[in-house]
Design a protein around this ligand. Structure first.
Ligand code: SAM
Length: 155
């Protein structure tokens, strides 16, 4: 891939017959566009994407200089392996982590994100409660460390 100040390319591997997390949902295109428009804000920030799937917004954040952790359901190795493959394809140095909403494993406590991204992750009411619990946990962890609150962007 090649990019200049006004030009960015991200390649995605999709499989539309598979899991929800194996193809690009429309919200992620809009969120990725927002990240690109707001790139000075993302540069050098710590970003966590929840329910990243094919990870378009997180990859754009990585391309503009953020330290990015891409997460999806911990037991879904197909989606997590695909995220890893997409990172390699784009020379993006992101961390890929299994993070099931509402579940708290040790690595999550070290993330301390400045920005939390989520595209098309509020689509069913049961998941909504769990994702809010992940989001609130990040918030409370963050508040223990600094007075600034992380920015949350959900589309
Ligand atoms: C509708 S897809 C959106 C994928 C991607 N963000 C996009 O917009 O293209 C929902 C994503 O949330 C993930 N997901 C669903 N339930 C989850 C849970 N309980 N914990 C973590 N991720 C979950 C799915 O694996 C999938 O990647």
């Amino acid at each position: 891939s090649s990019e200049r100040d006004h030009d960015l390319r991200v390649d995605i591997v999709e499989n539309i017959e598979e899991d929800y997390g194996m193809f690009v949902w429309p919200c992620s295109v809009i969120l990725a566009e927002y990240v690109w428009q707001q790139r000075p804000r993302f540069s050098r920030s710590r970003v966590v994407e929840l329910g990243a799937g094919t990870s378009l917004p997180g990859l754009v954040a990585a391309k503009v200089g953020a330290h990015v952790t891409l997460t999806d359901i911990a037991h879904n190795t197909e989606v997590l392996d695909n995220i890893q493959q997409i990172c390699s394809l784009n020379n993006a140095n992101c961390t890929v982590l299994g993070l099931t909403w509402g579940d708290w494993d040790e690595p999550v406590f070290d993330l301390h994100p400045d920005i939390i991204l989520g595209a098309d992750v509020l689509y069913d009411s049961a998941s909504k409660l769990l994702i809010y619990s992940s989001w609130l946990a990040f918030l409370s962890l963050w508040l223990r460390h600094v007075s600034n609150m992380p920015l949350h962007l959900f589309w």
